[in-house]
Design a protein around this ligand. Sequence first.
Ligand SMILES: [Zn+2]
Length: 127
Amino acid sequence: MSRIRARFWDPAGARYGVPTYPWRMAPPHLLTMRQLAAEGLRPGGQGVQAQVLWASRRYRARGGVRAAYLYDVRFALPKRTATPAQRAALAKANAARRTCPVCERDAGYVLPRHLGTCLDCAQEAAA
Ligand SMILES: [Zn+2]
């Protein structure tokens, strides 16, 4: 193992507080949030179980070290899908955001907050 990799090799978490692996060295049951999502899973209340650390020249803010947090797939739960009622509520809320209070039409886009009306009504008001 190279010296650079050894710097981030800490499976027991003695140095970093949580088990730490270099890039591409994490065991397969530890996944990032994105990797879990790709499998249709969510962390399910578990905290961060481990991290991957790697040096990045593009990320100087924290000493050039980037971190990816890992979750244990064994504690992961299936992603919740919205119930029909939840989906209906969301659709209603989104429709409200598109509906102009002046002309009461669905503008087809989310109304700009600073106008509070659809673009047509805003233009009319300005003229
Ligand atoms: Zn309008």
